[in-house]
Design a protein around this ligand. Structure first.
Ligand SMILES: C[S@@+](CC[C@H](N)C(=O)[O-])C[C@H]1O[C@@H](n2cnc3c(N)ncnc32)[C@H](O)[C@@H]1O
Length: 192
């Protein structure tokens, strides 16, 4: 399974088929609109670039070069950019950041470091979505056990604890994906 998901084309197809649309919730949750500049950390194959509507811009950053190459092929358009590398290599200021299914790959220390960096670069709120181990049923928990993320079974509040010093963290929505393969919790982190 892990080998298959490392292929960007298969990752994209499998995720879209299982999850359906799990991104547009961010438009309301973050109140996205004209003039906003979105930073997507761990953007993978770049699906979330669809959130950048007219008059908005988007930068997706990911350490996986193959994902970024595929993202550029699929989603390149004016206002949308992708960068391969670490967040520390990114420059610029943003109005919003999103972290889509990324925190369950990071340790508490990595999340704390990420929160400091985002606080410097991003003026407004951060939208977070991750699978919710605590609210998952047995089947969903089993899929999380197979997930590539080392911290997939950590509760959502455990993912967010590293942000608490810099951000007020609120869990705002929990729902199943299209084929009920995962139960996702959306959170909004507001700068303190
Ligand atoms: C489960 S994937 C989610 C991808 C995408 N956000 C989505 O939901 O389709 C996790 C992504 O985080 C990226 N990642 C992990 N650690 C990272 C880091 N320190 N900086 C940037 N990207 C990272 C991985 O390369 C991978 O693409």
């Amino acid at each position: 399974v892990i080998f298959l998901l490392q292929n960007p084309v298969l990752f994209h197809r499998i995720r879209s088929f299982i999850n359906g649309d799990y991104l547009s919730d961010f438009i309301d949750i973050l109140g996205l609109g004209e003039g906003d500049r979105i930073l997507d950390v761990g953007c993978g194959v770049g699906e979330a670039s669809v959130l950048a509507g007219p008059g908005m811009s988007y930068l997706g950053v990911d350490i996986d070069e193959r994902y970024i190459q595929y993202a550029r092929e699929q989603y390149d358009r004016p206002g949308v950019e992708f960068q391969n590398g670490q967040l520390s290599e990114v420059s610029g200021r943003f109005s919003h950041a999103i972290l889509v299914c990324v925190l369950h790959h990071l340790s508490e220390q990595e999340i704390y470091d990420l929160s400091l960096r985002l606080r410097e670069m991003v003026d407004g709120p951060i939208g977070v979505v991750d699978p919710d181990a605590e609210k998952s049923n047995l089947f969903q928990k089993f899929l999380l056990y197979l997930d590539r993320g080392d911290y997939a079974l950590r509760p959502i509040r455990g993912h967010l604890v590293g942000f608490e010093e810099q951000y007020e963290c609120r869990q705002v929505l929990t729902r199943d994906t299209r084929l009920k393969g995962a139960r996702l919790t959306y959170s909004v982190l507001t700068p303190r």
